[in-house]
Design a binder for this molecule. Sequence first.
Ligand SMILES: NC(=O)c1ccc[n+]([C@@H]2O[C@H](COP(=O)([O-])OP(=O)(O)OC[C@H]3O[C@@H](n4cnc5c(N)ncnc54)[C@H](OP(=O)(O)O)[C@@H]3O)[C@@H](O)[C@H]2O)c1
Length: 262
Amino acid sequence: MLLDLSGRHALVCGASQGIGHASAIELAELGASVTLLARSADALKTAAEALPRKHGQHHRWFAVDMLQTDKLRIAVTDIVADHPAQILINNTGGPPGGLAHTAETAAFETAFRQQLLAGQTLVQALLPGMRAASYGRIVNVISASVKEPIAGLGVSNTVRAAVAAWAKTLSGELAADGITVNNVLPGYTRTARLDGLLAAQAGSSGRTEDEVAQAMLATVPARRFGKASEVAAVIAFLSTPAAAYVNGVSIAVDGGRTRSLS
Ligand SMILES: NC(=O)c1ccc[n+]([C@@H]2O[C@H](COP(=O)([O-])OP(=O)(O)OC[C@H]3O[C@@H](n4cnc5c(N)ncnc54)[C@H](OP(=O)(O)O)[C@@H]3O)[C@@H](O)[C@H]2O)c1
């Protein structure tokens, strides 16, 4: 199986921790040079230092807020001018929880900017390099909620469905250039994001965090939370030459939690 990413450059967003950082590790293990993006410079520096370099590759990091679309465009255009990237892991923090019908309109705007406009900005900046290489891998980290909306994540459910539709559209537009666009849908994955959701749901329901966690796990056939590395393994595979004919799909990595057939 063709898994070697030597000579490839991957831009991994939301890479200072959690699923993004785990993805950066897996891509570096396969030989890619990785540029990590997130807001916290200190966390990025530590995260970059932890990446494997056994193929002699160079890893970099850049602190940027995906909510600041213009700054993001300038930063990423600058990064790829020197080092064209063929792999984009489009990942960031998730919107806060809450009901859809009580959410402020501003919350939808913010989530749309962070999840979709940032992705569009990144894709447009990286496309020339992908086309020049006749090799592009765009992997969007979304959520299993695009198959089955999750109660209590009203803004997230709404905006992530838009990201899935955007990605499917792109996959048809770019395939002839050797570029694939796929989505990975994490289920309950043990990261700071999940810890935050557990605390928020415990606070709003009067239950303990352990009770909230047990209720979540009752819906997961595997009866455990996923590890960030388990989600990252699928993201990394979709980035390889071996995955060239996988395009326009959304793969749940959720321990079997999603019950729908498609
Ligand atoms: N964990 C789960 O159970 C789960 C389940 C379903 C879906 N997901 C989704 O998968 C994605 C990754 O989840 P995760 O658990 O790895 O999250 P996480 O641990 O909270 O990590 C989020 C990453 O995104 C960065 N980030 C957040 N806001 C940003 C912004 N405005 N601009 C740039 N970078 C930003 C964070 O770094 P800085 O704070 O330094 O910017 C961090 O590196 C999220 O969209 C999440 O909602 C997660």
